[in-house]
Structure formats: C-alpha cells, structure tokens
Write a protein that binds this ligand. Structure first.
Ligand code: ZN
Length: 157
C-alpha cells in the first residue's frame, strides 16, 4: 500500500452490511460510470478546438487514480464530476432505499476524489474539477485558461 492508499483506508467510511439480491449487488458494486454524455460532449468540444488529450489516464504508477481528461505534457488533470456520484451541492441526493449503503458509497467517492486531488498535486499536476451541470462551453473555457496558465507556469520553472 502506498502512503496515499493508507491515508484513504484510514479516512474511508465503514461499509455497512446490507443484504442485496445478487443482481442488485452487481449493479451497485459497479465502478462509477465512464464515458457519460456530458463527458463525451466535453471531449468533442475540446477536440474540435484542436486540443489533444488522453482519456481515462492514470498518471501515477501504482495508484488507482484515473483522470477523465488528461493533458500529460501540460500536467493538467480535468475531471467532469457527475452531480449524483460526486454529491454536487446543488443536485446531490441520497436515495431513500438502502440509505446507509448509499451514504457509504457516496462518502467513499468524496474521500477518493480528495485523495486523488492530493496525489496529483503532489506529483506536480494541476487539477481542474467541473460539474456535469456546467455548460460545455464554460468548462472548455476553464480548460483553455488553465492550459494557458499552465504553459506560462511550466516555462517559468
Ligand atoms: Zn449539479
């Protein structure tokens, strides 16, 4: 276990024991959704502007930290967080059924997001997190600005 993983293990909420039917268990244990519609829309917008990036990129060896949209040369990590899965302050909610389990699941995601931010920053990356409720144009503008600043920052180092 890396130090980051140990920290995560210490901070991770305790998983409640809930009895699910096997089918429900499978779907609930699945990883967070990838390639969501907003993510695809953002990627095509960035691509149209001539920006080149890697998707589902793991910049840190040995750490399960996947960046939605990564600009490895600029060292910029972009996340597009789903409002439900990442507990958006405006649209986040806790399902009524299996509440304890969902609370655990969503809390665990929050802890992992924080750990990934910290691990990336420690490795010299800049982290940009956007919500899926933001407009694609707005996010693309934030990405462009970050890339410009990052280029200046990298040159001055
Ligand atoms: Zn939201």
């Amino acid at each position: 276990m890396s130090p980051a993983d140990l920290k995560l293990a210490a901070a991770t909420p305790v998983r409640p024991t809930v009895a699910f039917s096997p089918g429900i268990r499978r779907s609930m244990q699945a990883n967070l959704p990838r390639d969501t519609r907003p993510e695809i829309a953002l990627r095509s917008a960035l691509h149209r502007e001539g920006l080149r990036f890697r998707k589902h990129y793991r910049p840190i060896k040995g750490l399960r930290c996947e960046v939605d949209i990564a600009f490895p040369r600029a060292g910029l990590a972009v996340y597009l967080d789903g409002c439900f899965w990442h507990s958006c302050p405006i649209h986040g909610s806790l399902p009524m059924t299996n509440r304890d389990w969902w609370k655990w699941k969503l809390d665990t995601t929050k802890v992992r997001d924080k750990r990934n931010n910290a691990a990336l920053r420690a490795a010299g990356w800049w982290v940009l997190r956007a919500w899926e409720h933001e407009s694609v144009e707005q996010i693309a503008e934030r990405v462009r600005t970050a890339l410009r600043r990052r280029a200046i920052f990298v040159r001055s180092c």
